[in-house]
Structure formats: structure tokens, C-alpha cells
Design a protein around this ligand. Structure first.
Ligand code: M6R
Length: 614
């Protein structure tokens, strides 16, 4: 987590850095800071606790001149979120300033060694250790800043994307990465750097994704140079950035989350575009077709993911088992990476991640590869680390997701999983033509269906007002909608800070039913599917214990509508696609409760969008 941004060129650096930080604030918002190198090589460094707007107020009367600078927005790992621990950090002598996204795992040993050499530390951060190590290498070897960065990074264990500037050197920024994202933008006589491409989009469409173990030299007088820690130069691979500014703005909505919920008819259209034939309803994913032999001969599929992506994977499991007849397991990437999984070259590991940067998922990929598995990625962010590390994959194409609570990425992931299941099942001959066409036709209808579901917004905004009192919620679902219940509960937890548990509806009587009373509302998903009658009984069990039930039901429902206290009616589609339809009112439900409680929907406390640390 944490967002880093840098600029070197002929424009004033400060406004570019501040705008960049605002774009990256989704990555962390505990503190923010900026270091500006003035014309005569002095460094002015400002930082403070809180969000980027606090930093703007803090620096309002300061010298903000300079055409070179680095800036940081923090999600705290080492050291509490306060002014001192905020980045940038100066080296001991004040000659070098650094920003860092990641974790230096061996910081304690390095710190001790530096202290023995007379170094003193102001902050509790691992980052201050790194900048002092760079200074120490530079001074003891009397070498260049680049050589010092190379020498220091050879001693470091951990994950980082860093950028350093030096006093007396107003022409250069040195940036490096290992397991944390770093992208460089190339303009006319200027360079930009950032954790992702969003801060660069209004200035350039030429970007270079820096790889693990690479160092980028941003020098105002030279073209971009990329070297490794041994100074071996790599080819600079310039890519065209496919992103627009409007995708990064709220577009009239009060929050990114609400914008992203409302975008879903369009994002699903973008997700299926060119992948489903509008005439024959044939589904084709080239990432699968190109490796059809792997899928046809797969012994097993293992999904690795975190959070919302893990929930989507549970739905993918059901689809692939039902239609492709391949055994599937779903693992938390964070658990998988530290297990000793029985994986071989006949297994396919599917890594699912919106950001494509989640550290645990990346580590799970590495482990799967070391065991010989074919690794397939389902990512949203184009060019992200996971997209690059996998053998093949499919992009969601739902556009940048900025709200910390994942919404359109979830529905995109489930859509992609349905397309994967249909493509593989067709290749394997494990699905009937009729069934395949019905599901594909329903995928095609999804955008229109979601437009209808979104008209429920006002109804939901109105009735949630009665539930802001609740301290606990239980979400129940079965079959394809058990993972949807988990996802609904996660949405509520992360943005409204109300404790919520998702449960398979029938499991409730094995324990959680003891919690049911008039103060703990139940959200029950009871759409028309093969477990509908079973869910009806489960709802009955809640009602007979005095529980309040909010039910999501099919438009034609007659049974649950009479039992539930509140009903949200949604259109029906193929059973495996109902999680997409049901997710939308659950997203709106969580959103409106959080708004009623006056909470910061897009940047909930303690969270960051992209979890690039363990
Ligand atoms: O970028 P990823 O999909 O890998 O992120 C995984 C989780 O961190 C993410 O889904 C998280 O749970 C969201 N905040 C949920 O809304």
C-alpha cells in the first residue's frame, strides 16, 4: 500500500505531485508528504498526519518552488500514523530524501548496524533505515547516488518501490522496485513516476512499467535509463497508456463507490465485448483457447485470491465444477503461500485480483509456479504485476476502481468466470448447447437487467435509515448465493463499520441462530433457484425467533415477500449469474447505511485499496 509519485521536468512540480497524491490516495491515507528540490539544489520537505488535503493546508504558506520532487501518501506498516513517520524521510545528514511503498523486512538488523556507525533515527519506520543505508554506502564508498542505491538495495530484503532525490542534484530522481508497483511516464523533456498510471494520465500516454530488480534513472538531460542492481542496462519498453481522465473522476456522483455501482451496466458491457457473439452466443476467451490443452487436461483448478476476489472465486468454483466437471478448490492466497500445497504440472492455478498487485496473491503465484502449475490471471489493472507474472489470463476491462470497497470488479470477476466456465465446458463437451446458449444469452442481457436493478436505489436509500442503529447483521444465502452473502457482509463491514457475518443459510441453525433477536437484522438472499424452498425454511426459522428479515427475492416471488419485513425485488436470470444481480442491491444497501452514518465511504478507516504488503 502507500502511493508514491515523482516529477522532474520544466513545470512546477508541486501541483503535479499533489494531484498525483489525490489520485493515489486510495492506496493509503494515514499521512502525506512532499519533498521539492529547488533550482539551487536545496530540498524543502513537508509532511503531516492525515489526508492529502491536510498536507495542502499545512504547506499553504511555504516555499513550493522547484521542478523536481517526490511525494507520498501512507498506509502505515512500521510506526503509527503521525507527522514524524510520514514520508518523505531524510537521511541522517539531510542530504538524501526518500519515499517508499512496501516493507523492508530486515530493517532491524540494518538499523542496528547503522546505529553502531553513529546513525540516529527520528522515526519508527523501516524507510528511514533504507535512506540512511543509501547515505552510508554513498559516504563510505565515495560513490554516485545510483551506485549507493544499488549497493543498499543489494543488502535489503523486502518489498519496495522507492524514489530518492539528493541535495545539490536538481537534475535527477532515482527510483527502484522490488515487488511493489512502479510506473514511469515519459513526457517532452520531463518524467513522471507513480505507483500506478493514474497520476500520469493527463500528462502523457507513454509509460514504462519498471520490473522487479530494476532501477530507473530519471535525468533531465538524458533519455530514461533502466539498469539492474549490477548496473546491467535493460531495454526501455514504452507502452501506450489506455486510460482516460474521466474514468478517474467522480462524474457528478458524491462518491466513487456510488459512481462505480452505477457504472455496472456499462462495465459488464465492456467486460463481455468481443467475447460473446451477438448472433450465435458463442463465448470465446483467447487466453483460454490459446492454452486449451492445459484446461482440457487439468487435474484440478486452484483459485488463489483475497477479499472480494476470493468471494468471486467461490462462485467461479461452482460454475467450473458444474459445467466443466473439473475439481476446483478456492484458497486464501495468504494461507496458500505458507502452506505446502500438493500442486503439480497438471494443475491450473487461477489468481484473481482487481489491482493485480496484492502481495499475498503474487506470492501464491510464485509458489504455484515453483511447483510447475500453469498460472492463469484474472485481473482488472492492465500491466499490473499479476497480469505480468501469469502464463495467460483475462482482463476484466471494467475501468479503474477507486472506491476502496470493490463493486464493479466483483461483478466483472463473476462475469469473467462465467465466460471461462462456458469456454472450457464447450471445449470439453461437458455442457449442452442449449444450456451454454441460455447462459451466454443471459450474460448478454445482464447490462439491461442491472440498469433495472439500479432503479431500486431510492427504495434502498429510504429503508436503510431504519437500520443504522444495528451493531450486527447476518447475511444468509445458499448455493451460488452463499458467496454473495459473504460479499454483502464484507461490503457492510468495511464501509459502515457494522459487524456483519455471511453464512450459508442452513448452517445458521448450527450456532449463529443463537444470536437472532430483534436487534440483529438478517439479510436473506432468496431468489428463485434450486435451493429456494430451503432458504424459505431458513427465513422462517429467523422469523419465528423474532428476527427482522430484509430479503432479496425474485420479482414474481410470493412466499418470502409475505414473510420478510422488507423486500428487494430483482429480475431473474440463469442461476449462476444471480450473484451479479444480487450483488448490486447489497452494494447499495451498504453504501446508503454508511452515508446515513456520515462515514467516509471511499476511504474507510484502516483500509487501503491495494494491499501490497503482507
Ligand atoms: O486487488 P485485489 O482484488 O487483489 O484485492 C483483494 C482485496 O484486498 C479486496 O478485494 C478487498 O477485500 C476489498 N476492499 C473488498 O471490497
Amino acid at each position: 500500500m502507500c502511493g508514491i509519485v515523482g516529477y522532474i521536468g520544466t513545470r512546477d512540480a508541486y501541483p503535479i505531485l499533489i494531484n498525483g497524491l489525490k489520485r493515489l490516495e486510495y492506496r493509503g491515507y494515514d499521512s502525506a508528504g512532499v519533498a521539492l528540490v529547488t533550482e539551487n539544489g536545496e530540498i524543502n520537505l513537508y509532511k503531516c498526519k492525515g489526508k492529502v488535503k491536510n498536507l495542502e493546508e499545512f504547506v499553504s504558506n511555504s516555499d513550493l518552488s522547484g521542478h523536481v520532487g517526490i511525494a507520498h501518501t501512507r498506509w502505515a506498516t512500521h510506526g503509527e500514523p503521525n507527522d514524524v513517520n510520514a514520508h518523505p524521510h531524510y537521511s541522517h545528514s539531510g542530504s538524501i530524501a526518500i519515499i517508499h511503498n512496501g516493507i523492508i523486512e530486515n530493517y532491524a538488523v540494518l538499523k542496528e548496524a547503522l546505529m553502531e556507525n553513529g546513525y540516529e533515527f527520528k522515526s519508527d519506520t523501516d524507510t528511514e533505515v533504507l535512506v540512511n543505508l543509501i547515505e552510508y554506502v554513498r559516504m563510505t564508498n565515495n560513490c554516485s547516488l545510483l551506485e549507493a542505491v544499488q549497493g543498499a538495495l543489494k543488502q535489503v530484503i523486502g518489498a519496495y518501490a522507492i524514489a530518492v532525490v539528493e541535495k545539490g542534484n536538481p537534475k535527477e530522481i532515482i527510483a527502484a522496485r522490488q515487488s511493489s508497483p512502479l510506473v514511469v511516464g515519459i513526457g517532452k523533456g520531463e518524467f513522471f513516476l507513480a505507483s500506478d498510471a493514474s497520476p500520469l494520465v493527463e500528462y502523457t500516454d507513454k509509460v514504462v512499467y519498471i520490473k522487479n530488480g530494476e532501477i530507473a534513472l530519471l535525468n533531465i538531460d538524458s533519455p530514461l535509463k533502466v539498469v539492474d542492481f549490477d548496473n546491467v542496462e535493460s531495454k526501455v519498453n514504452v507502452k501506450k497508456l489506455e486510460m482516460s481522465i474521466s474514468q478517474l473522476e467522480k462524474g457528478g456522483y458524491p462518491h466513487f463507490m456510488l459512481k462505480e455501482i452505477n457504472e455496472q451496466p456499462k462495465t459488464i458491457t465492456d467486460c463481455i465485448r468481443g467475447r460473446i457473439s451477438p448472433d450465435s452466443f458463442e463465448v470465446k476467451l483467447s487466453g483460454i483457447i490459446d492454452h486449451a490443452d492445459k484446461f482440457l487436461n487439468a487435474r484440478r483448478i486452484v483459485f488463489v485470491a483475497c477479499g472480494t476476489s476470493w468471494h468471486a472465486s467461490l462462485i467461479g468454483k461452482r460454475m467450473i465444477e458444474e459445467y466443466c466437471q473439473i475439481p476446483v478448490v478456492v484458497e486464501y492466497a495468504s494461507e496458500f503461500r505458507y502452506s505446502n500445497p500438493v500442486i503439480c504440472d497438471k494443475d491450473i492455478v487461477i489468481a484473481v485480483s482487481q489491482s493485480g498487485e496484492t502481495a499475498d496473491t503474487l506470492a501464491a503465484i510464485e509458489l504455484a509456479k515453483s511447483k510447475g502449475a500453469f498460472v492463469f490471471g484474472i485481473c482488472n489493472v492492465i500491466g499490473s504485476s499479476i497480469a505480468r507474472e501469469t502464463d495467460s489470463g483475462v482482463y476484466l476491462h471494467v475501468g479503474p476502481e477507486i472506491g476502496v470497497a470493490s463493486t464493479k470488479a466483483f461483478t466483472g470477476q463473476v462475469t469473467v468466470m462465467a465466460m471461462i466456465a462456458l469456454t472450457v465446458a464447450k471445449e470439453k463437451g461437458t455442457i449442452s448447447e442449449e444450456k451454454a446458449v441460455t447462459i451466454a444469452r443471459d450474460l448478454y442481457r445482464l447490462p439491461k437487467v442491472l440498469e433495472k436493478v439500479l432503479t431500486l436505489n431510492n427504495q434502498i436509500a429510504d429503508f436503510v435509515k431504519r437500520f443504522t442503529y444495528a451493531k450486527n447483521f447476518i447475511y444468509l444465502g445458499r448455493g451460488y448465493n452463499y458467496p454473495t452473502a459473504l460479499e454483502g457482509a464484507l461490503k457492510l463491514k468495511e464501509i459502515s463499520y457494522i459487524h456483519a457475518e455471511g453464512y450459508p443459510a442452513a448452517e445458521m441453525k448450527h450456532g449463529p441462530i443463537a444470536l437472532i433477536d430483534q436487534d440483529m437484522p438478517t439479510v436473506a438472499i432468496a431468489v428463485t433457484d434450486h435451493v429456494y424452498e430451503k432458504v424459505v425454511s431458513n427465513i422462517q426459522e429467523v422469523k419465528s425467533r423474532g428476527g427482522v428479515v430484509i430479503a432479496i427475492v425474485a420479482e414474481k416471488d410470493e412466499i418470502v415477500s409475505k414473510m420478510a419485513d422488507f423486500c428487494i425485488k430483482v429480475p431473474s436470470l440463469s442461476e449462476c449469474l444471480m450473484p451479479i444481480v444480487v450483488a448490486v442491491p447489497l452494494q447499495l444497501f451498504a453504501y446508503h447505511i454508511a452515508v446515513c452514518k456520515g462515514l467516509d465511504v471511499d476511504q474507510p478507516r484502516n483500509l487501503a485499496k491495494s494491499v501490497t504488503v503482507e
